[in-house]
Design a protein around this ligand. Structure first.
Ligand code: ASN
Ligand code: ZN
Ligand code: CA
Length: 376
């Protein structure tokens, strides 16, 4: 069954296969053309190189045949249809938002760039050949609906969709961390298959935040430097973010520390505990470049808000690179659809043991970081 939520987000069961998508994929297979390097000006990403597809001497399209054929569609503010962006001189976007054809491409540049960086991250860091590990790229739909404040991944079309945002509070929704977040839902859906409700749902969301953040760091783009916030580029104010991994409770609803009924929170809030774990494992609890006050750890009896203080455990980070490898192996090698927080602790200890040895400092750090968010 499929339908539409009140805010315009499609809802559907994973067994549905999109006839619309199938027709788009087939039409691409008939085109025999050459990859070329184009230049893009994104709203978030600035000036970036894009691998595009030359159709004729005066026409290219926003399709990357060097990365699984991933492409970007302009939805023209509708919820169905749309067509792949094309351009006459292979110079895409203006870096600004607006209604001219070149300005409409600007958000397409960010989406296509986000897909390319995510592809490279998974391939070069984890040896994963595309989201499904089959060499096939996903596609993007931008300018979806009108003033739509969200982005979403759908397994049925193997695609990401991004709204333009309302233009008042929100920017368009295709910042790099959000792109990495959405595509990681695709990775999770064919690896651990974490059910999207209860504690496993929180772990599913956290996995997307963890690798969305990893992608942002991997890009090393001065226009969007790596950090431990999700969606910090989405706010017009420039002073907010959707979520913090350093102190998840900063949003007023997410949990910093585990408690027995955590699983009854929305999955975007129960993710906080695993996001907090990942931050502590990577960076530790002390003040650093990402947080002038550090990340408060938890003491028993405290639930949503981290406490810190003398009684709370001190965590020494092992670095983002090792933390990413541990989470990725846990996701792809040890977690299952019903993994809950206690089982995630076991899965990451198993992954760290496989990577670094049972007596390693990395395994000890995984234990300490989980205990610091009250997962024992
Ligand atoms: N952006 C949201 C997410 O990826 C969309 C949703 O609520 N499913 O989690
Ligand atoms: Zn998500
Ligand atoms: Ca970020």
């Amino acid at each position: 069954m499929s339908g539409t939520r009140s805010d315009g987000t499609p809802s559907e069961k994973p067994v549905i296969v999109s006839a619309i998508n199938a027709s788009i994929v087939e039409s691409w297979d008939d085109i025999h053309t050459a990859p070329v390097t184009g230049s893009g000006k994104g709203y978030f990403s600035g000036t970036v190189a894009l691998s595009t597809n030359s159709l004729t001497a005066t026409s290219s399209e926003l399709r990357d045949t060097t990365r699984g054929g991933q492409y970007t569609i302009n939805m023209l503010n509708k919820t169905t249809g749309g067509s792949v962006f094309t351009d006459s001189n292979n110079a895409w976007g203006t870096g600004t938002l607006g209604t001219t054809a070149d300005q409409q491409q600007t958000i397409g540049v960010d989406a296509q760039y986000g897909t390319a960086v995510t592809w490279d991250y998974y391939k070069l860091v984890h040896g994963r050949n595309g989201i499904r590990n089959d060499g096939k790229g996903a596609y993007n739909r931008v300018h979806y609906s009108s003033k739509y404040n969200n982005a979403f991944w759908q397994d049925s079309c193997f695609c990401m969709t991004y709204g333009d945002g309302d233009g008042v509070t929100f920017n368009p929704f295709d910042s790099l961390d959000v792109a990495g977040h959405e595509m990681t839902h695709g990775v999770t859906s064919i690896t651990a298959k974490l059910v999207y409700s209860g504690e496993s749902g929180g772990l599913n969301e956290a996995t997307s935040d963890i690798f969305g953040t990893a992608v942002e760091f991997y890009a090393n783009n001065p226009n969007d430097p790596g950090d431990y916030f999700i969606g910090e580029k989405l706010y017009k104010s420039g002073t907010s973010a959707l979520r913090s991994m350093i102190q998840p409770s900063a949003d007023g609803v997410s949990a910093d520390c585990y408690y027995a009924t955590l699983g009854s929170l929305d999955v975007h809030y129960s993710s906080g505990v695993a996001n907090h774990f990942f931050y502590l494992l990577a960076e530790g609890s002390a003040p650093n470049a990402y947080s002038s006050i550090g990340s408060k750890t938890c003491i028993a009896g405290n639930t949503r808000v981290a406490s810190g203080g003398a009684a709370a455990p001190v965590v020494t980070g092992i670095g983002r690179s090792k933390a990413e490898k541990i989470w990725y192996l846990a996701l792809t090698g040890y977690m299952t659809s019903s993994t809950n927080y206690a089982a995630a602790r076991v899965a990451t200890i198993n992954a760290a043991t496989a990577l670094y040895g049972a007596a390693s400092a990395e395994v000890a750090a995984v234990r300490t970081a989980w205990s610091a968010v009250l997962v024992n």
